[in-house]
Design a protein around this ligand. Sequence first.
Ligand SMILES: Nc1ncnc2c1ncn2[C@@H]1O[C@H](COP(=O)(O)OP(=O)(O)O)[C@@H](O)[C@H]1O
Ligand SMILES: [Mg+2]
Length: 363
Amino acid sequence: MHIDKIKINNFKNYISTEVRFSNKINFLFGNNGAGKTNLLDAIYYLSYGKSAINNFDSDNIFTEKSFFKIEGDYSNNLSYKCTFEQPNIKKIFENNDKYSKVKDHLGKIPLVFINPYDINLIRNYSSERRRFFDQLLSQIDKNYLDNLIAYNRLIKQRNAYLKSLSSIESIDRKYLKVYDEKLIKLNYYIHKFRNEEVKKFGKTFNKISSELNKSKDDFSILYSSNFNEKMSHEVYEKYLEKDFYTKKTNIGIHNDDYMFKMKNKLIKRIGSQGQQKTFIISLKLSEFYLLKEKLLITPIVLLDDIFHKLDDIKIKILINYILKDEFSQIFISDSIEDRLNEIKKIIKQVKIINIDKGKINEE
Ligand SMILES: Nc1ncnc2c1ncn2[C@@H]1O[C@H](COP(=O)(O)OP(=O)(O)O)[C@@H](O)[C@H]1O
Ligand SMILES: [Mg+2]
């Protein structure tokens, strides 16, 4: 899959822009703050119906405007359009048909975005890692997404009930049991799915990371959960007192984590910046292969400032890696001219897109 053309209005620092892309390698070149990441984020937006960087859509609107619009023409002869209007109206269209739900768009244009903010996947709390795997697994299985939405709704309601209680004696156990029986079933399904898929993902991940990592840093991913498939709804009775005092549900897949390890220790603790970066790149390339295998479409790949903090050897390995035939369209952004010249030498056909303060110049 590739995007042939994008049209952007009022998105971040682009007021009105139209660009055509190469179906192979596109190189976005410009100084810091020029708008390279913003352009990549606009391409991401068309795939996921949200920004990879800002949680609040209103932050993506060009200052003092009241809406933004992003339109893309794709190689499957379809065009997609995302619009957002203040205060909070988001619409996504395939050709000119509006989706009734944003989630129906998920998986139509598979895309993998590697950007400097990914380091948060390593450094931040488990919720970041859950979000990464949930987004991936939701694209490959709609049933997973539906079950996850149902689970999150039930947990929210159960926690609201726990918060509303004034004393432990006032708990209506029959009422809670209705929740608990439903939650156990969903826990079972989601836990099993995560466990199996992460095992498969881990195999691909190990292969890629040892290829990118000639120094054998021994990376691994371990799924960890306080739920196990042998539990019944009685586990909630056991934890009821704790749930009451902490005002939340203590057992369940909403607490899961994925441990990112190097030599059996958390890479967060012992990994250098370069090692953490190689970990993230391996993670995202595994995402690429999983999406490709399950959706039977080659995802678009966005590489934002990916060479920064990598040594020359790693950069060479990486460039040669992405030149494999398995990849389709790739976007690379960088602000260093030497690196652009180096890439021009290795990659014969590359479209250069010069960016300066939200203005685009195609070569
Ligand atoms: N909503 C917005 N309205 C106007 N400008 C914005 C908005 N969001 C971000 N910007 C501007 O975009 C620029 C950063 O662009 P970015 O794509 O991150 O640059 P880079 O080329 O370094 O990747 C900054 O100058 C920032 O002020
Ligand atoms: Mg940037």
